[in-house]
Design a protein around this ligand. Structure first.
Ligand code: PNS
Length: 165
């Protein structure tokens, strides 16, 4: 059985992430979408909220499950008995960091990384930009699933109210 992990922070899941998961689900028999912790990034949603949104977004796939992990991705892969990591590449600018992570992960465990080019319509799409645009009132409704958009708008409003206090 061909199995792969699709890791990310998913804060929040975007249509670009779903594009990569969709294509991984065709290439592999089973895909585990793994919600991890990238310590260098500021979070808008808790791990539970991110898992919840991803599970809703991935309900349509028969061969995809969503799990959270703490610590190293390679440890999670070993626990799950999975040797392949799938990462989306939006542009050349993604490549340096993704290559570095792929090589580090390969040095830590028996893990191969497969890069899938993002569909062109999503090549500019990043959770960080979606959060920034939403924070300043921009329309991101076409970039994330509808239920994510609702939660994003609500969370941004909560944060704005907290900042006013
Ligand atoms: O969506 P992101 O933020 O690009 O996802 C990055 C993530 C979570 C996949 C990456 O930071 C990660 O694998 N974190 C787990 C800790 C780890 O294994 N770090 C070493 C990476 S070489």
């Amino acid at each position: 059985m061909r199995r792969a992990v699709c890791p990310g922070s998913f804060d929040p899941v975007t249509n670009g992430h779903i594009d990569i998961v969709t294509r991984a689900s065709v290439l592999f028999d089973e895909v585990v979408v793994a919600v991890g912790v990238n310590k260098s990034k500021h979070r808008l949603f808790t791990a539970e909220e991110r898992l919840d949104m991803l599970r809703a977004a991935c309900r349509r796939f028969d061969n995809v499950r969503v799990e959270g992990f703490k610590g190293l991705l390679t440890d999670f892969c070993q626990e799950q008995g999975i040797h392949t990591v799938v990462k989306g590449l939006r542009a050349v600018s993604d490549f340096d960091y993704e290559l570095q992570m792929a090589q580090m992960n390969a040095s830590l465990a028996d893990v191969e990384t497969v890069f899938v080019p993002t569909s062109p319509e999503y090549s500019f799409l990043a959770s960080s930009l979606v959060k920034e645009v939403a924070t300043f009132g921009g329309d991101v409704s076409g970039l994330v699933p509808d239920f994510v958009h609702e939660r994003l708008v609500a969370r941004v409003a909560e944060r704005a109210a907290e900042d006013d206090d």
